[in-house]
Design a binder for this molecule. Structure first.
Ligand code: NAD
Length: 470
């Protein structure tokens, strides 16, 4: 057990990185502090007529950019310290991937499995109206999103409650992201985090000096990959790595893990699990004795995409991967981190690697403010111009191209194409910025610290430019 609370351990990582920056001590204190904390209790009548008092929070860590952004979690583990820590991580995550938001987080201390859908709706709507009354939500103030225990359904209740309390507010749909597409959501949100993990690691694997240090060849193709967790993030990470030539040698779930030297197809495994209730006994694969054995297999890239603290002081010495891609939040304990730094294992940190979700949330918010679907204005125009170019080339050369080539050249971008492209650009930029900082100072011990330095510099620069310290 750590001696620090979650918020204190975030502060500790921040302090470790702050020594590599030149900012005024007071400014660093301001960046670390949570600006506004709303702790609330409200009554909700349950299906059996009982009144239950609900404990909930919304923390706005930083308003250096507006609005603030961060998910809402429904869990019995929710407390003020946890929400404060998660809100501060959101500030740093958004800064690193150049998403112009301050950090925030919300939490309701309930076990959602113990409530009916109607009770959950009443809790979510009441929470939203409390936030609205206190000006803690709005497209220009604070924009929640899904997190542990919440999803599209809860986001729909939030946008509906907010809109009804703010009649005529034209940008009301932008008060929350992670909505279903029919309610103003954006295509490409579901796979965003896994795809972002792939783009980030692909960029790292294209850097010759990093690959030389690890003794790895350039590129993703042929790399042996182990994935822990076949949920949203794990499934999509696995899919994009496999589609781009990596070999998924092992996948672990809570019921066990399997190994297949020539590679697993994640979709076939997903269907096998759906049919049999388990990933075990997958045709052509070997069952491992324990699920956690997968973490210690011979491989190039290990992707923990399930839970926090799965790699710790006990198993880190046995991990053989050269690259650990933190798709989950907090999969490594600080002890594991130190062991990997000493061993020369490259840890690609969660704080930016799993930022695909918030990046695409930013695109959703922009869509809501612009009141138009991505691609609507230019798709047809692009297709017409491209078709004309192809026809002209055919006339000039006297040759014709195949129908499938014609379609792929002429294709105008759909919403999902633009969202994926924006995410790719974001992850490549962020990776390069972090690695540049890491390269610029040999005293910076690891990529995580370099990511924090990147975040601190960006937030501090904004504060300075705002000139809020007369
Ligand atoms: P999920 O619930 O869809 O998937 C998690 C999977 O991990 C489940 O299939 C579960 O059965 C499996 N699992 C649980 N315990 C396990 C164990 N001991 N060994 C192996 N597998 C185990 O959740 P998710 O949305 O994929 O999130 C996974 C992680 O990624 C979390 O840490 C989350 O905070 C983080 N994350 C998610 C997003 C997102 O957009 N969904 C964004 C950023 C970070």
């Amino acid at each position: 057990m750590s001696n620090y609370s979650f918020f204190e351990s975030v502060e500790k990582s921040f302090n470790k990185a702050a020594q590599f920056t030149k900012w005024d001590k007071g400014l660093l204190e301001q960046i670390k502090a949570c600006n506004s904390i709303y702790s609330m209790k409200f009554p909700v009548r349950m299906d059996d007529g009982r009144i239950e008092v609900i404990e909930a929070y919304r923390v706005q860590h930083s308003q250096h950019k507006s609005p603030c952004k961060g998910g809402i979690r429904f869990s019995m583990g929710v407390n003020q310290d946890e929400v404060m820590a998660l809100a501060s991580l959101m500030t740093y995550k958004c800064a690193i991937v150049n998403v112009p938001f301050g950090g925030a987080k919300g939490g309701i201390k309930i076990d959602p499995k113990k409530y009916s859908a109607y009770e959950l709706e009443k809790i979510t709507r009441r929470y939203t109206s409390e936030l609205t009354k206190k000006n803690f939500i709005g497209p220009g103030i604070d924009v929640p999103a899904p997190d542990y225990g919440t999803g599209e359904r809860e986001m729909s209740w939030i946008v509906d409650t907010y809109s009804s309390l703010r009649p005529g507010e034209i940008d009301a749909a932008g008060c929350v992201t992670g909505k279903p597409v029919s309610q103003g959501g954006v295509h490409g949100r579901k796979e965003a985090t896994g795809l972002g993990v792939y783009f980030g690691v692909r960029e790292v694997c294209s850097m010759k000096n990093l690959m030389d240090k690890l003794g790895l060849s350039l590129g993703i193709s042929g790399k042996k990959v182990v994935v822990q967790g076949l949920g949203n993030v794990g499934y999509h990470s696995a899919k994009f790595f496999r589609e781009n030539g990596a070999i998924l040698v092992s996948i672990a779930e809570y019921e066990g893990a399997i190994y297949k030297a020539d590679g697993i197809n994640e979709e076939e495994l997903f269907q096998h699990r759906k049919a049999t209730g388990s990933i075990l006994n997958f045709p052509g694969a070997t069952n491992l004795a324990k699920s956690s054995d997968a973490l210690e297999l011979e491989c190039d890239i290990l992707i923990p995409a399930a839970l926090e603290n799965v790699i710790n002081g006990d198993n880190a010495p046995n991990v053989k991967a050269k690259i650990i891609a933190e798709a989950a939040n907090g999969p490594l304990t600080p002890e594991a981190d130190e062991i990997f730094t000493k061993k020369g294992v490259l840890v690609v940190p969660d704080m930016y690697l799993n930022a695909g979700g918030v990046t695409v949330s930013y695109f959703e918010w922009l869509k809501n403010l612009s009141h138009v679907r991505y691609g609507r204005m230019e798709k047809r125009f692009t297709e017409n111009v491209h078709s004309k170019i192809v026809s002209q080339m055919e006339t000039l050369t006297g040759k014709t191209i195949s129908e499938s080539d014609r379609q792929s050249i002429a294709h105008g971008a759909d919403e999902v194409d633009l969202v994926h492209s924006g995410l790719e650009e974001t992850m490549i930029d962020a990776t390069r910025e972090i690695v540049e900082i890491w390269d610029s100072n040999p005293a910076i011990p690891d990529m995580r610290t370099a990511a924090y330095v990147s975040a601190i510099n960006k937030v501090a620069r904004t504060y300075n430019e705002l000139g809020i310290f007369p």
